[in-house]
Write a protein that binds this ligand. Structure first.
Ligand SMILES: [Zn+2]
Length: 259
C-alpha cells in the first residue's frame, strides 16, 4: 500500500494541473460522485495521511484513497488495460486516477464529522508534527508495532516505515506501548524517515555502497545486516480502527537487535 509520502508526492505532482483551476471536464466511473462539478474551481488539494482530498468551490469535497491498487497519472494519455476511475481536465492538463477503490463525495459542511477523516491522527508529514500527540492518542495496551500503523494515532505511516522504524529504534514490535521507555521516539523516527523520502521517487531507507537497502522489511530469513541473525516475519493481529484498513499485515524484525 502506498504510504503517506506517496500521497504527498501525488499532491505535489497534481497541484500544477488542478489547484486553483476551473474544471473543464470531469468523469467518474460512478457519475453521481462528480455531478455538478464541471465549471467549479478546485480550490485546494490536501493530504491527510493516505487520503488525498480535493476541495471544490461548490461546497463539495472528493476524498480519494488509493488502497493497494490505485495510481494517479498526469497527462499520460489513456493507459490501456487499466480501469480509469476519475479523470479531471483543466486548462493546465489532465489528471487521471486508475484503479482506486475509494472516491467519495462529501458535503464540505459535513467534513468535520466525516467518520474517516475526522478520526485521523495528526499527519506525520504535516509541519509541526508532534510525536507526543501521537503517543497520547494510542491505547497504552496496544503493541507498538500495531500502534505505528494505526491511522487514528498518526496518519501516514505504512508497513515499510513501521518495520524500519522499529529496527532503527531497536524496539520489540510486540511490546505494549506503556512499557516503551520513550515511545515518542518511534513516531519521531517514522516522521524523519518519511520526510527524507519526499525527495525520492521511491522509498529509500538507507544506501550502502550506492545501493538502497532495507534493514528488515521484506527480508524474511535473510541475515540481519547488523548482527547476522535471521530476520523473522510474522503477523501482528488487530483490526484497523479506521474501519478501512486492516492492520493484520506482515511484519519483519530482527529477534536479536529488537529486544
Ligand atoms: Zn540484528
Amino acid at each position: 500500500m502506498p504510504e503517506g509520502d506517496a500521497i504527498f508526492k501525488d499532491a505535489r505532482r497534481l497541484r500544477p494541473v488542478l489547484e486553483g483551476q476551473v474544471v473543464e471536464g470531469i468523469t467518474c466511473r460512478w457519475p453521481r460522485v462528480v455531478q455538478g462539478l464541471e465549471g467549479a474551481v478546485i480550490e485546494r488539494l490536501t493530504t491527510h495521511g493516505k487520503n488525498l482530498v480535493l476541495h471544490f468551490s461548490v461546497g463539495v469535497i472528493l476524498r480519494v484513497h488509493r488502497q493497494m491498487s490505485g495510481s494517479w497519472r498526469a497527462d499520460a494519455g489513456r493507459i490501456p488495460g487499466r480501469d480509469l476511475r476519475l479523470s479531471i481536465r483543466t486548462s493546465q492538463g489532465v489528471a487521471d486516477l486508475y484503479d482506486a477503490p475509494t472516491i467519495e463525495r462529501i458535503d464540505a459542511r459535513a467534513l468535520d464529522a466525516h467518520p474517516v477523516l475526522s478520526a485521523l491522527g495528526p499527519d506525520v508529514l504535516a509541519e509541526g508534527f508532534d510525536p507526543e500527540e501521537a503517543v497520547s492518542r494510542a491505547p497504552p495496551e496496544m503493541p507498538v508495532g500495531l500502534a505505528l500503523l494505526d491511522q487514528r494515532v498518526a496518519a501516514g505511516l505504512g508497513n515499510i516505515y513501521r518495520a524500519e522504524t522499529l529496527f532503527y529504534e531497536r524496539q520489540d514490535p510486540f511490546m505494549p506501548l506503556r512499557e516503551v521507555r520513550e515511545p515518542g521516539r518511534l513516531w519521531a523516527r517514522g516522521h524523519s524517515l518519511m520526510l527524507r523520502n519526499i525527495a525520492h521517487d521511491r522509498i529509500v531507507i538507507e544506501t550502502r555502497e550506492g545501493h538502497p537497502i532495507n534493514w528488515v522489511y521484506d527480508r524474511a530469513r535473510q541475515p540481519c545486516l547488523r548482527c547476522r541473525t535471521r530476520i523473522q516475519a510474522g503477523r501482528l493481529g488487530g483490526m484497523g480502527r479506521d474501519g478501512v484498513e486492516q492492520l493484520v499485515r506482515t511484519l519483519w524484525w530482527c529477534p536479536r537487535c529488537q529486544t
